[in-house]
Design a protein around this ligand. Sequence first.
Ligand code: ATP
Length: 483
Amino acid sequence: MNLSPHALPADAEGVMRLAAQSMFELMADASQGMILVNREHRIVWISEGYKKALPRLGFDDEHDFVGRRIEDVVPNTLMAQVIETGRPILVDVITNLSGTFVVSRLPLRDEAGAVIGALGIILLDTQQTALQPLLQKFSRLQEELDEARRQLAAQRRPKHQIASFIGSSPAALEVKRHARRVAMTDSTVLLLGETGTGKELLAHAIHAASPRMAKPLVGINIAAIPDTLLEAELFGVAPGAYTGADRKGRDGKFAVADGGTLFLDEIGDMPLALQSKLLRVLQEQEFEPLGSNKVRRVDVRVIAATSRDLAAMMARGEFRADLFYRLNVLPIKLPSLRERPGDIEALADALGEDIARRSGMPVRTLEHDALELLARQPWPGNIRELRNALEQASMMSDELHLRAEHFSGLLPDVPAVSPVAAPAPSTAMESQALRPLPEQIAALERQAISAALAHTQGNKLAAAKLLQISRAALYDKLAIYGL
Ligand SMILES: Nc1ncnc2c1ncn2[C@@H]1O[C@H](COP(=O)(O)OP(=O)(O)OP(=O)(O)O)[C@@H](O)[C@H]1O
């Protein structure tokens, strides 16, 4: 007889059938449990080992269990998914009320290849194995990952809605109406207003109300970054352009904000040399990273803000006219607090609640005389300064109702009893002068900065010149004093 070397032996089919059968029996015996379900997800059989786990699933009698749909009796099972997709899940960890198990799930097919059910194997019951510490660690890490994901989602949620812009004065309502309208468009927005009037808050709110809300809002304060670093910060650096830390190259804010919104704060402080590069991104949505000649395309909506008079800067040749007109398509002018004293009560309520929530202090209310006093102030630092005054007054008193006297020394209208200019020290003055020196110096410094900002109408560069300190030093101090 001339047998071809590749011909199947006559008993091949029988051996394979028996192998499948013995494998099945062996697995049913050796594993912690086995379960078979049909096409309709109904349980048709369970192994002896599986029967032992039934009480933990809430079943005393095997006959109550078999015949049911698996998803109705085994929480978190993925057997239905295996039947629907026809794809096995070779190793997985499942946790339900009966414990944590390492399992395997295989689809079962007929001769034509159609899925007729699935086989589930409990490979390990973690309570009974040396893997217990490892699996405990796994479930702890899983919990930590879930928590980190929850926190990240909460952080990504927009910080402010348009309704967070407090105020019902005609000027505040006009700002909100305008903001809602521009949120619908994709054009560049220019927010104009003194420091602390809510430009950043409004930029967040416009982004949150825009179709880009699910994408990032990236912010950059142009005045706070030295001119020499600004180009790299905005447009990124190509790999190899520099040695050292930037050798590998890095994305700039425009690339990070791709698909979302870029908030350019203090746009008036943009150096002339970079203004043309910015104009090109606004017009063409493309730029070249530093040290690269490859054009990068992005889809970014720009919201710019400034407290400076861009038109005057343009007239002086300090700001490019073409950039000004490009930015000025949808300007929104934010009113100063002086222009809307009627909103002070609502603002103080909202800020007071926020201060209490963040500090753990009780919520304070303002007495009539305190409200009248606050309404008379010039507020060069606007709402940020109001917030700061409320925070300091709350910290310095235990009373739940703040009166005008609680703002003594915190506002120019209620002069701090300065130790230097105290002609006839009263008890209050003495106690003021007995405060620690660093505290007194800080109070004076804060007042000097407030006064300089009031004088320059919020122009920080001019205020820094007046105070004879650098722009960066002024920014540091503004952050320290919450101005
Ligand atoms: N209308 C408002 N309602 C409630 N809070 C406000 C409002 N406007 C401003 N604030 C609060 O005042 C503070 C300063 O606001 P924001 O930083 O938005 O001002 P800004 O105009 O961007 O200031 P700067 O020009 O100095 O960057 C923030 O704490 C902000 O939440």
